[in-house]
Design a binder for this molecule. Structure first.
Ligand code: LLP
Length: 415
């Protein structure tokens, strides 16, 4: 069963009527479905079952503790990019030995905390970072487990803002500099060279970029091996795309796994993967209430109570996410621009959508489990939305709506 489906015209998540959640918790409201998160994670586990592997959920996609808790209970690993994410994962019961730490700008404090926690691996993105990590590890009297992130210079064929594997991007170490970087890593006594990694972009829907990138990494592994540098894992990053609109295809995880496995062949390597969006994207919706309907000669507008501060993907990437009525009611169908209350023209959730709505009706924005709440802000001093997790006939508040006063409680008047 899909995580969100219709029953007699009502949008349901499992056995829970979504409009009841809006009544109880108010809007804007994020609703997640636990089973959908578990199923998406299991798809990776099944696809990789014949290989030694570790699924490291990319925490940045949605870092709510309840989601991390759900995944930790499945035995998931985690891909983090900050001290904050490290603390969240540990607070949710994630195992340090299953955490990999990505990101181009890890600072000394973050390195020290991750070493102290005993994480699985640092995905190092430059020689400068490597030198810094060696110093921090040495000062703490430990060795740092390291993978070097290679920039394979392949085109992920996705939105430029979420494409990361091209030379022009800030990420990773260029292929041409990789051998030198590994030699340097090998010299540093507080560095334990374990792996190689890449992440070429997000929302990938074809296999070719993966095949190209993994082939390049495997070539590097063989070169290193000939030099006596033996790696024990290959981390192929995340990026598996989901279906935002009927025209999209999601990535076939089984086919993706076969593609990675065949590039690796018989080599004795553990496969690490860092999916974010694929695990949580379809498992969430954003619910919003229509405040006003207004029209000019050109357009009809539905002014709703969610805004770009709640969901910035449409404004930032021109992302298209399905918008639909939460209850199917007798209304005239019209084509609307669905806009928020923020004073910017970029404040829209969707444009030119056919909807049958009246003021005070509820709408939902689909595929809002990933890069949605986590990218929300307090712009216009708007409290961030509440979040709810549905499980069968039960539901749990997993983040309460922010209080307005709390938004400026850390600010001070002048003396
Ligand atoms: N690993 C690394 C090193 C990453 O940088 C990312 C995402 C992932 C894994 C997870 O990628 P995923 O499986 O979720 O595609 N805010 C954008 C997406 C940014 C992705 C950044 N890196 C959006 O809303 O589309």
């Amino acid at each position: 069963m899909k995580p969100f489906h219709r029953q007699s015209g009502s949008l349901m998540s499992d056995q829970v009527r979504c409009s009841d959640l809006a009544e109880e918790f108010g809007t804007p409201l994020y609703v997640y479905n636990r089973r959908a998160i578990e199923q998406a994670w299991q798809e990776f586990a099944t696809a990789l079952q014949d290989s030694s592997h570790l699924i490291c959920y990319a925490v940045k996609a949605n870092s709510n503790l309840a989601i991390l808790d759900t995944l930790a209970r499945l035995g998931s690993g985690f891909d983090i990019v900050s001290l904050g994410e490290l603390k969240r994962v540990l607070a949710a019961g994630g195992k340090p030995e299953k955490i990999v730490f990505s990101g181009v700008g890890k600072n000394t404090r973050e390195m020290a905390a991750a070493l102290e926690a005993g994480i699985r691996c640092f995905n190092v993105e430059s020689v400068s970072e490597l030198e810094r990590l060696a110093e921090v590890a040495s000062a703490h009297g430990v060795t740092a487990p390291v993978s070097l992130r290679i920039n394979p210079d392949v085109d992920a064929q996705t939105h430029p803002y979420i494409s990361t594997g091209l030379k022009e991007n800030k990420f990773g170490i260029n292929m041409g500099d990789a051998l030198q970087a590994y030699r340097r890593a090998q010299e540093l006594s507080s560095i334990d060279v374990q792996g190689i990694d890449c992440h070429i972009g997000s929302q990938l829907t074809t296999l070719e970029p993966y095949a190209d990138a993994v082939a390049l990494l495997v070539g590097m592994i063989d070169t290193l091996s000939a030099e006596g540098i033996h790696l024990s894992h290959i981390d192929v990053g995340g990026g598996q795309g989901i279906r935002y609109s009927a025209d999209d295809e999601s990535l076939d995880v089984q086919a993706w796994a076969r593609c990675v496995q065949s590039a690796i062949g018989e080599r004795d390597l553990q496969i690490l993967v860092e999916p974010g969006r694929y695990i949580v994207g379809q498992a969430g919706i954003l619910m919003t209430r229509v405040e006003y309907l207004k029209s000019n000669e050109d357009r009809h507008f539905a002014v709703v109570d969610a805004a770009m501060n709640d969901l910035i993907r449409p404004a930032l990437y021109s992302a298209w996410q399905e918008i639909e009525e939460v209850e199917t009611l007798e209304r005239e169908a019209r084509v609307y621009d669905v806009v928020g209350p923020i004073c910017e023209s970029a404040d829209f959730l969707g444009k030119q959508r056919t909807l049958s709505i009246a003021e005070n009706d509820l709408l939902c924005v689909r595929s809002s489990g990933a890069y949605a709440f986590v990218m929300s802000s307090n712009y216009n001093t708007r409290p961030r939305a509440a979040e709810v997790m549905v499980e069968g006939e039960k539901f749990f508040l997993v983040r309460s709506r922010e209080e307005t006063e709390a938004l400026f409680a850390q600010e001070f008047l002048l003396p």
